[in-house]
Design a binder for this molecule. Structure first.
Ligand code: DON
Length: 307
């Protein structure tokens, strides 16, 4: 057994036994049905070796982790013109906050808070029917993960569609400033559905490989994005990927990462590994509680912090 395999196994066992698991998200009713005891961890190193622990093959709702991939797609479509519609500064606010939008003319602080991700989805939607835009996002996910079985959990999408009043407020508010161009209902429909993509830790770690290896997926040889773009996406993950918990994540884990309220985190150790962890209980900022603790233990043990 390699040192990496041993680390992943031991950390997964330790996390399974911990009593402090955080709170499972319930504002999207369907997410509240998830088992809070679940825990999964998958690491894929530069040579393609896979180390897996716990529930590594159980699909969960990736939620905001999808925003990394919609950002990548939107940059591929409109390039740096994207930055006219969304900023790239940390917000220091909760993921669903509205306060900065009024002061900043409806332009969201970054592509990872909900307002910013809705604006990015609107860019992908432009010129397409919602179904086409969603198909493009799903196909991109399947392409980067090299797995055509990845699908949307329709029950989760419908659950958020019924209860997403806050996102509806954010989208309408941005629309009043002209930041959203398509009908709000279309943009939100695509947004709710890409957040409802279900993936396993194994699939997610595969999907993150291009970010860990300068834009190229080493398994398929595909250059997904130029090295400079991969670097920049990683920079935004580091500074904004955990909302107002981004500073704490950088301090403790020291890697670019993106969380989702389904309890997943995708973390990138540049040149070294792509890492996916899942534990559904969240901390006060809406990030996976044990996911962060597991990543902290892993990066310390492997010496992977970028700092
Ligand atoms: O828009 C929402 O509230 C969810 N679909 C996604 C939020 C999320 O994952 C925040 N991340 N920790």
């Amino acid at each position: 057994m390699t040192e990496l395999e041993r680390a992943v196994r031991e950390i997964s066992e330790e996390m399974r036994q911990r009593p402090d698991r955080g709170e499972v998200a319930s504002y999207i009713p369907e997410l509240a049905r998830v088992d809070p005891q679940a825990f999964g961890l998958v690491v894929i190193d530069a040579d393609g070796n896979v180390a897996a622990g716990g529930d590594s093959d159980v699909a969960f709702s990736i939620q905001s982790i999808s925003k990394v991939f919609t950002l990548t797609l939107a940059l591929g479509t409109v390039g740096d013109r994207l930055w006219r519609r969304v900023g790239r500064e940390p917000s220091g606010s909760p993921f669903n906050s509205i306060v900065q939008l009024e002061r900043e003319q409806g332009v969201p602080r970054n592509p990872f808070i909900n307002a910013g991700a809705i604006a990015v989805t609107d860019v992908i939607l432009s010129g397409h029917q919602p179904r086409e835009a969603l198909g493009e996002i799903l196909r991109f996910m399947q392409f980067v993960a090299d797995d055509s079985s990845i699908a949307i959990d329709e029950a989760v999408a419908a659950s958020e569609q019924r209860t997403g009043f806050r996102n509806s407020a954010l989208a309408n508010y941005m629309k009043s400033f002209g930041v959203i161009e398509n009908p709000v209902a279309y943009t939100l429909g695509v947004y709710f559905h890409h957040c409802a993509i279900a993936m396993t830790c194994r699939q997610l770690a595969k999907a993150g490989r291009f970010l860990a290896h300068s834009g190229r997926n080493p398994a398929t040889g595909h250059l997904v994005v130029q090295p400079e773009r991969a670097r920049r996406i990683n920079a935004i993950m580091l500074t904004c990927g955990h909302y107002d918990g981004s500073g704490e994540f950088a301090y403790r884990v020291g890697l670019p990462g993106k969380s989702g309220v389904g309890g997943g985190i995708l973390a990138v150790a540049p040149g070294k590994a792509s890492i996916a962890v899942w534990s559904p209980g969240l901390d006060a900022a809406g990030n996976s509680h044990l996911g962060r603790i597991a990543l902290e233990a892993l990066t310390r043990r492997m010496g992977w912090s970028i700092f």
